[in-house]
Design a protein around this ligand. Structure first.
Ligand SMILES: [Zn+2]
Ligand SMILES: [Zn+2]
Length: 361
């Protein structure tokens, strides 16, 4: 029996989202139905609504979620009803050339549920990032469910499904921040603050937060930033050099997705330093760097997909660190809201008032 649930849908480009009836099929082979307990509001949901991802309207939004497995398809052995899971949007295939070479975090053929969820009239829905978790239940590929310790708060655990892992991974996995390193993080929203938390976990000695908004800089300090730069009042490159004996930072993390900020992060590195790009750009953005500077400064320029994480390996570890009090996931939860409040939460996010609004069901 398919389920009839409530879900937050973007019906048309730019139109306010609305709560609609969503039909969730029973799980088929390789699939699972998950009862959602909590789901964070991310910029990507807003980008879907604005038509910035693609024009596959209507979209079922929401993708930073935790919940309980309700049912699994006939061939699914990795999960059972009642499991507490965090949803991920990169279920690795195990068979593509990246997976076969032992680099599954790069998987080039990640997959989602095969069946479609629909509106009550049968119109197929496009779930955001293949998840669609602003809903009482959702249908995903079984590989999109990662079992974690059920003692974690769903509101906090679900955030690992996207932005927080992107930031933690940008520092820990892509940037390979090491004990004693200097790190500069450009943009201190959810992803940037998570990168700061990751640098702190890794034992970075100097962590410099850069943002235009003093409220974000105060948050950055609460996650472990040792220095802050108000990019509206000072030149970030110069300020970062001043905080690092004139040298620049070992690792610069760009968490905005803006060419001018990326150029600052490029020049704010020490020689042989690493630039990590985790802020998502738009298709029109270009970068233009003198090739002699690219060569002459050495080091590494590394894009970070989903923090280069492997959910099955990393989500349970991050939850363990959280439960030990070493990773403050609760601090990312600015407020809890209900399904009908997502549109207002978009506006608070745009005004920079929250790190994460989290829908609790
Ligand atoms: Zn693969
Ligand atoms: Zn997200």
């Amino acid at each position: 029996m398919a389920s009839e649930v409530r879900g937050v849908v973007a019906m048309a480009k730019g139109a306010p989202v609305s709560v609609e009836t969503v039909i969730v099929p029973d799980p088929g082979p390789g699939e699972a139905v998950v009862t959602i307990q909590a789901c964070g509001v991310c910029h990507t949901d807003l980008h879907y609504r604005e038509g910035g991802i693609n024009d596959g309207f209507p979209f079922l939004l929401g993708h930073e979620a935790a919940g309980l497995v309700e049912a699994v398809g006939p061939d699914v052995t990795s999960l059972a009803p009642g499991d507490f899971v965090v949803l991920n949007w990169r279920a690795v295939c195990g068979e593509c050339r990246a997976c076969r070479r032992g680099r599954p975090w790069y998987c080039f053929a990640t997959h989602n549920a095969t069946q479609k969820m629909t509106l009550a009239d049968g119109t197929p829905l496009s779930p955001a990032l293949g998840i669609g978790a602003f809903a009482e239940k959702t249908l995903v590929a079984a590989g999109q469910c990662t079992k974690v310790d059920r003692r974690a708060r769903p509101e906090a655990a679900g955030l690992l499904g996207c932005g927080v892992t992107a930031g933690l991974g940008a520092a820990l996995l892509t940037g390979e921040v090491d004990l004693g390193d200097s790190v500069a993080v450009f943009g201190c929203g959810g992803v940037g603050c998570a990168a700061i938390a990751g640098a702190h976990l890794a034992g970075a000695a100097t962590i410099i937060a850069v943002d235009l908004d003093p409220r974000k800089l105060a948050l950055a300090e609460s996650f472990g930033a040792t220095h802050t730069v108000d990019a509206g009042a000072a030149d970030p490159v110069e300020a970062i050099r001043n905080f690092t004996d004139g040298n620049g930072a070992d690792v610069c993390i760009e968490a905005v997705g803006n060419p001018a900020v990326m150029a600052q992060a490029f020049y704010a590195r020490d020689l042989a330093g690493t630039l990590v790009q985790v802020g998502v750009p738009t298709p029109d953005m270009r970068i233009d760097l003198p090739m002699i500077e690219f060569f002459g400064r050495g080091g590494r320029l590394k894009p970070s997909w989903y923090g280069d994480c492997l959910p099955s390996r990393d989500f349970p570890m991050f939850i363990d660190l959280y439960l030990q009090g070493r990773l403050d996931l609760d601090r990312f939860v600015s407020e809890t809201i209900s399904l009908g409040d997502v549109e207002d939460a978009f506006h608070r996010m745009e005004r920079g008032e929250v790190l994460r609004s989290v829908v609790v069901l």
